[in-house]
Design a protein around this ligand. Structure first.
Ligand SMILES: [Zn+2]
Length: 356
């Protein structure tokens, strides 16, 4: 592993780094904690970060937990862990965007070294970390006003003409399935614009930009609503470990995942090593309200819905209904805005579906 920004990585050691990312807009940033775990055994380089959105706490905690759990003597290759990329949002508890430029960083990958703060930050992440890795995992969850059912997103091979791009997408899908969450979304086009106050510069999400650089990558989501759910932390820790096993970085999984496995008990009684039934979806429908008002969802994350089903209403402050929200597809509610106050054109939910 040659990652110039981290300096020399010592084989057989876990090292703590405080990293100043390049970029004029980032010059006064507090340094970002990064942990490298380097085995004496050769193997792939895996880069894992969380905190592209600063209010997705279980994802951030999962990266911290991995840094304390993974033992350089028991893995092969190198794992690089960054708990929080969007540190300004984390410090200020800002959902969706970076408070410095009000841009959603996950819409401006692969960034721009001459762009706004978020564009310089994503550019640094891609060029200092992702391109030096053999695989990349970006951990997310529902942001502070969102609940969700755990799922993984990756690039789909569909529509890719280039054989190298198809190969990267295929390997990304294998990683997504290996993560073992209930749903995998394999999408062929970048996910929707503007999941925040302002649209970013029309860029890509992290996993899509990484795939375009030739690095197999996934984005995994668990937890939400601004809280630290232990079962979500455990799912994300276990998912990264599952991917490491898939990549050949872990042979004897049992020896150092005991903690995360015992934490998996809450939701399901099945043993952590049994294959999870994962449903692969190919379409991500995001629903918005036309009006500002009060949001009354009739569904929750993980609920299955039918095309034409009324799944919520938006009312005004007199209690009159302004709009009935109807599902445009047969699918599953992957994420849901849980705060009752919604703005005009505000995001209500995302429904995963199979292509008709
Ligand atoms: Zn996120």
């Amino acid at each position: 592993m040659h990652s110039p920004i981290l300096g020399k990585l010592t084989r057989g050691k876990a090292q703590r780094h405080l990293v100043k990312l390049p970029g004029a807009a980032l010059a006064n940033d507090e340094p970002r904690p990064v942990i490298s775990i380097t085995s004496a055994k050769p193997g792939p380089v895996l880069f894992v970060n969380a905190g592209v959105h600063g209010g997705e706490y279980p994802a951030i905690e999962a990266v911290i937990r991995l840094s304390k759990t993974l033992d350089p003597k028991k893995i092969a290759g190198t794992v690089i862990l960054m708990p929080v990329m969007n540190l300004p949002a984390f410090r200020s508890r800002t959902p969706f965007v970076c408070p410095i430029d009000n841009v959603n960083p996950n819409r401006v990958f692969p960034g721009d070294p001459a762009g706004s703060y978020s564009e310089q930050m994503t550019h640094a992440l891609i060029n200092e970390f992702v391109v030096h890795a053999d695989a990349y995992i970006d951990l997310h969850g529902g942001d502070i006003p969102e609940a969700l059912v755990p799922f993984v997103i990756c690039r789909s091979e569909a529509g890719l003409a280039d054989s190298k791009a198809r190969d990267v997408a295929g390997r990304s899908r294998e990683m997504a399935l290996a993560f073992e969450l209930p749903y995998v979304l394999a999408v062929s086009k970048p996910i929707q614009p503007a999941k925040g106050r302002r649209a970013g510069g029309g860029g890509l999400s992290s996993y899509a930009a990484a795939a375009e650089k030739g690095v197999p990558s996934i984005l995994a989501e668990a937890g939400g609503v601004g809280q630290m759910q232990e079962d979500a932390v455990a799912l994300l820790v276990q998912g990264v470990i599952n991917v490491m096993r898939h990549l050949g970085m872990i042979a004897d999984a049992k020896s150092h995942i005991a903690d995360s496995e015992t934490n998996l008990k809450s939701k399901s009684k099945k043993p952590a090593h049994s294959a999870v039934a994962t449903t692969v979806l190919t379409k991500f429908e995001w629903l918005y309200t036309k009006y500002q008002g009060v949001w009354y969802p009739k569904v929750g994350p993980g609920d299955l819905v039918k095309k034409g089903q009324e799944i919520g209403t938006v009312g005004d402050l007199f209690g009159d209904t302004l709009e009935k929200i109807v599902s445009p597809v047969n699918g599953v509610i992957l994420f849901l805005t849980i705060n009752p106050s919604v703005l005009e054109n505000g995001l209500l939910m995302g429904i995963g579906a199979k292509e008709a």
